[in-house]
Design a protein around this ligand. Structure first.
Ligand code: NAD
Ligand code: LMR
Length: 342
């Protein structure tokens, strides 16, 4: 076996493989809340990425085993575990992307806002550490309520003097993933082709799929629009009810978050054609944060795509106006939370 590794044939094959390697660089990614329902499958999917050289897994408990387990996969990234606040700073040093799925999930009968009291503190504490240890990293926030936790993160980063609005993202990819799936099913389209932009926020009626902007161009009856919109807006609750007390979406969320991580890494690597929907600080309208399609680049958000919001249908215009008060209140609640801290 040893002499094989020096064989010219194998060397030639390795050279060819390296030559075909499409990526110039590799990156360090940290997952905070990595032992959880989302964290574990998300860590697995990130471990599969050829763009990742180091995967740092942080949680308050149970992360050692997750990291030991994952580290046996023969993919390039090195997996390291970090347990508890004393190890958080080391987890974050020199990291390019931080993904945060830490926090409690919903049970049947709860809204995402019912998670505010617990998750606001968790996100605030984790973002303080991000600000101190990797202020240049892209930050992906999954913890709910996203409509409030992203503004919380922004205020914490501002207080620390390191806020870069181009690098703070609320992960709303799951809404797009769901919209694409449900539309393809309803219209009998090939899944791979379907792309539906989803704007607004990530809770109930603040989730607004722009079905009129579906690509490839697709027509819907009024009834189809109503049913699809309601299904996309309630899809999180659909999973919470099916899990009957055992939590909310974890596997589809991990899939969606891994897609957003991969897109971000491709953009950091210099790919000039990366677009995703995300909940970000925005000046598309009067709301300070708003989800829309954005172009990702080496410095984070490179462009906010306003075209999707032009030429909306009457249904979409009404839904957009209807979501604004709730979304504004959730944003303001997040901002107020940080400012009322002693
Ligand atoms: P979970 O309870 O299975 O896992 C959460 C993990 O966070 C646990 O391992 C826990 O130990 C850890 N944790 C708690 N406090 C922490 C802290 N201070 N620091 C680090 N880790 C901490 O929950 P889950 O199903 O993985 O969901 C996590 C969050 O993601 C929930 O708030 C849920 O609502 C949200 N979520 C968001 C979306 C979205 O589309 N953005 C989708 C699904 C779930
Ligand atoms: C989702 O959309 O699945 C998540 O936000 C989790 C939830 O509470 O619905």
């Amino acid at each position: 076996a040893l002499h094989e590794s020096f064989s010219p044939k194998l060397e030639a094959r390795q050279r060819t493989t390296n030559h075909l390697q499409p990526y110039a660089s590799t990156f360090k990614v940290a997952v905070l809340g990595a032992a959880g329902g989302i964290g574990q499958p998300l860590a697995l999917l990130i471990k599969m990425s050829p763009l990742v050289s180091a995967l740092h897994l942080y949680d308050i408990a149970n992360v050692k085993g997750v990291a030991a387990d994952l580290s046996h996969c023969n993919t390039p990234s090195q997996v390291l575990d970090f347990t508890g606040p004393a190890e958080l700073a080391n987890c974050l040093k020199e990291v390019d992307v931080v993904v945060i799925p830490a926090g409690v999930p919903r049970k049947p009968g709860m809204t995402r806002d019912d998670l505010f009291n617990i998750n606001a503190n968790i996100v605030k504490t984790l973002i303080e550490a991000v600000a101190d240890n990797c202020p240049d990293a892209l930050i992906h926030i999954i913890s709910n309520p996203v409509n409030s936790t992203v503004p919380i993160a922004a205020e914490v980063l501002k207080q620390k003097g390191v806020y870069n609005p181009k690098k703070l993202f609320g992960v709303s990819t799951l809404d797009v993933v769901r919209a694409n799936t449900f539309v393809a099913q309803k219209k009998g389209l090939k899944l791979i082709d379907v792309d539906v932009p989803v704007v607004g926020g990530h809770a109930g009626i603040t989730i607004l799929p722009l079905l009129s902007k579906t690509r490839p161009s697709t027509t819907f009856t009024d009834k189809e629009v109503e049913e699809l919109t309601a299904r996309i807006q309630n899809a999180g609750t659909e999973v919470v009810e099916a899990k009957a007390g055992a939590g909310s979406a974890t596997l589809s969320m991990a899939y969606a978050a891994a897609r957003f991580v991969e897109s971000s890494l491709r953009a950091l690597d210099g790919d000039a054609d990366v677009y995703e929907c995300s909940f970000i600080q925005s000046d598309l309208n009067e709301l300070p944060f708003f989800a829309s399609r954005v172009k990702l680049g080496k410095e984070g958000v490179e462009d906010v795509i306003s075209a999707d919001l032009q030429g909306l249908t009457e249904f979409e215009e009404k839904a957009l106006e209807a979501l604004k008060p709730e979304l504004r209140a959730s944003i303001e609640k997040g901002v107020a939370f940080v400012h009322k801290q002693p």
